[in-house]
Design a protein around this ligand. Sequence first.
Ligand code: COI
Length: 362
Amino acid sequence: MAASISIELTANKKNKPAADQLGFGKYFTDHMFIMDYSTEEGWHQPRIVPYQPIVLDPAAKVFHYGQTVFEGLKAYKTDDQRILLFRPHRNFQRLNQSNDRLSIPPIDEDLALEALQQLVLTDQDWIPSAEGTSLYVRPFVIATEAALGVTPSQHYQFIIILSPVGSYYKEGIKPVAIHVESEYVRAVAGGVGTAKTAGNYAAGLKAQELASGQGYAQVLWLDGVHHKYIEEVGSMNVFFKIGDTVVTPALNGSFLAGITRESVLQLLHHWNVPVEERQLSIDELVEAHRNGTLKEAFGTGTAAVISPIGELSWQGERLRIGEGQTGELSAKLYETVTGIQKGRLEDPLQWTKDITKVQTGV
Ligand code: COI
């Protein structure tokens, strides 16, 4: 398989940023993967090339109708210099689910994984090793056909870029404050809310901007029909510890089925912690806060990993959770998930894929 991916190495390697300068998604590595699609040829010409701008016709459908999907996953360097990917198969499965929803032709998941491995190995010097850092992987598909009719594009590009990152929030693992949004909504069941597509994120920017102006890290979305049931935070799924039970909204087709969400649920089951995936209203949450049973809240996501929530604002009221400190369960989940990702802890559910010894095409 590797032989079918051509590799052109750059003659101009970039300087790498210091670990404490990384932030999230500001720097990109020396190479990228790209593959084209046409209705006549299908997906073809998979290649790794120097990182570079892409040239698109101004009429490319992605600009006009938002026919595009993306993924996010991470590669890690372990203390003994191994290179681990976290659940990459799941990301490519989900990419194809998003593709299907956006009428984009499916991508061979094995080829995508091979491309990812070859790209990460080509740029392995870019994988940071400092605590809390990783190499964020952003696969995405764009509709490139130059035509203004509203029909699925006949041409696409599948691209993977890599970005060395630190923590997603400037707070790091410290608890963030989140604004519960009562006016704007992100998606409704039957729409594209469960697909990882750009428009979902664009739809959230307005509310996020308003919330951030008031000092909140992100917005917690309520459902688009009743404005009542908890869905997700802008870049994370969300969990609450109420009494001894962990509650997270059940997947309902209007928010993202996060892979970190799925991993956390599997861990909680593995630890025999009582878990409920169900509808959860903001009223129930406020009541749990009032009667002292809301013990912890945290978000989960590839970028954010586990992010404790120390405060929720709802209709002018500020609900402090766990006295604004990181809860015991949130901390344990963070330590366990990042420990597995960094190869420091046993991986009982076999999530990591060690690619250190994968044969490279270079
Ligand atoms: C991720 O967690 O990987 C995401 O895609 C969220 C965000 C950066 C858009």
